[in-house]
Design a protein around this ligand. Structure first.
Ligand code: PFF
Length: 441
């Protein structure tokens, strides 16, 4: 194991919050949350989702930060340092985050093309289909996005990740506020948005709970080592619980604001992933100064994606640096090339390689479904079990309640959530989800 003394770290508390919020806020908030909400009964889904975030997501985020902060190691060593023989849990997270990178970089690449094409008014009907199924353009934008991530990573923890987060996150907040104010200015916008937020409990099913848990874990980057590695970079004295609460609050605010922006555009009848890339450009094209708003929207999506991809990349890179003794540069290139290769297959699977299917799904959907429906719940359950049952009780309590942690009165409640509520609830929902998935095959 490489020495942990000279590994980098964030300069302060704000940097810690911005970087971790950057990991959390991503395509999950702006691209995925609105359409899942729309498909699952609007306000009804949001209520279930909020319960999942508070009862499952927040304790797990505190747990993951704590494992990183306590061990000051990459995800694999972190678990095995706390309990011998548990490194596989970190490894499983890294494999999952690598698979997520495979399709996440592709969508991230689209945002670049869309920001540019919106500015030049080049998006017409059928553009999405034509662009995403073509061979070269989406690949080139995907590679550019991977390289953007790469160069931030080789800048180091403070010189790269921290600096980028401090620059990008305020810009992201400014753009989303501008878009929200503009959307709610229009009376029709207000009416359309409130229509979607009205709870419709008839759309709630068992699947809704699986979607809510999956979304809560995905948006908080739970179980993938990304939050763990950031926790390991927290400076002494960083308040773990406070940071986790800030991250959850910012993440939820951005998700709900994104939903308001999208639904106030009056696109509630559009389903699935096409909401952001097909329906929104159409709406923008009818607005005064539509190019400007559309460019801002896709810039927002791109910034959110970039602050997430750097955390994914860093989690895997840190493993190669510390566990395999590589230089940061070499490790980063390795991850970059690996991500490019996998993303190439995902991007081509939408066009040229659409015949290659696994259980009836193309490579892109396989990566998304496998990580989202299977790996995320399992990693959530295992992280809760690790912290609740495997970590030595006194050590875990000392870390979680250390200065800046949870206060002594709240601790038993958080421990109960991690020990019982997370594993039991997520397992039940997970089993039903798997049965449902097999039924549909
Ligand atoms: N939280 C990110 C989003 O909502 O888009 C996605 C993500 C980031 C997942 C980092 C996993 C991860 F390690």
């Amino acid at each position: 194991m490489a020495s942990v003394d000279n590994r980098g770290g964030f300069g302060g508390k704000i940097a810690a919050i911005l970087a971790a919020a950057g990991s959390a806020i991503g395509l999950g908030n702006i691209w995925r949350f609105p359409y899942i909400t729309n498909e699952n009964g609007g306000g009804a889904f949001i209520l279930i989702y909020l319960a999942c975030i508070i009862l499952l997501g927040l304790p797990l985020l505190i747990a993951e930060f704590s494992v990183g902060h306590n061990s000051k190691c990459n995800p694999v060593d972190a678990y095995s340092k706390i309990r011998k023989g548990w490194g596989w849990l970190g490894a499983m997270g890294l494999v999952s985050v690598f698979l997520i990178m495979g399709y996440y970089f592709v969508i991230s690449g689209w945002t670049l093309d869309y920001a540019i094409s919106s500015a030049t008014n080049a998006i017409s009907d059928g553009y999405f289909q034509e662009f995403t199924t073509s061979t070269w353009s989406p690949l080139i934008y995907t590679y550019i996005f991977v390289l953007l991530t790469h160069f931030i990573i080789i800048g180091g923890v403070q010189g790269g990740i921290e600096k980028a987060s401090k620059l990008m996150m305020p810009l992201l907040f400014a753009i989303i506020i501008a878009l929200a104010v503009y959307s709610l200015w229009q009376p029709e916008g207000r009416a359309a948005a409130s229509g979607v937020f009205t709870p419709d409990f008839s759309k709630v099913s068992g699947q809704t709970f699986l979607d809510a848990i999956g979304q809560a874990f995905f948006t908080l980057s739970i179980g993938m080592g990304a939050m763990l590695i950031y926790g390991s970079y927290f400076k002494k004295g960083t308040k773990i619980a406070g940071t986790a609460i800030s991250v959850v609050a910012l993440d939820t605010l951005v998700a709900i604001t994104a939903a308001i922006i999208i639904f106030s555009a009056g696109v509630e009848d559009v389903q699935g992933s096409e909401l952001a890339f097909v329906a929104m450009p159409k709406v923008f094209s009818t607005m005064p100064a539509g190019e400007v708003w559309a460019t801002l929207f896709f810039l927002l999506l791109g910034l959110a994606a970039l602050s997430s991809t750097i955390s994914m990349h860093e989690a895997v890179t840190s493993y190669f640096v510390e566990k395999r003794n590589m230089s940061r540069k070499k490790a980063a290139w390795l991850v970059t090339f690996g991500a490019m290769a996998l993303a190439t297959t995902a991007s081509l699977s939408l066009g040229m390689w659409s015949d290659v299917t696994i259980l009836g799904m193309n490579i892109f959907d396989t990566l998304d479904t496998f990580t989202g429906k299977f790996m995320l719940p399992i990693l959530g359950i295992m992280t809760a079990i690790f912290v609740g049952w495997i970590w030595k009780k006194e050590d875990m309590k000392a870390e979680l309640t250390a200065e800046g942690g949870i206060d002594k009165a709240t601790y038993p409640f958080v421990r109960f959530l991690l020990k019982w509520v997370c594993p039991v609830l997520v397992s039940i929902v997970f089993v039903f989800g798997v049965i449902d998935f097999i039924d549909k095959l």
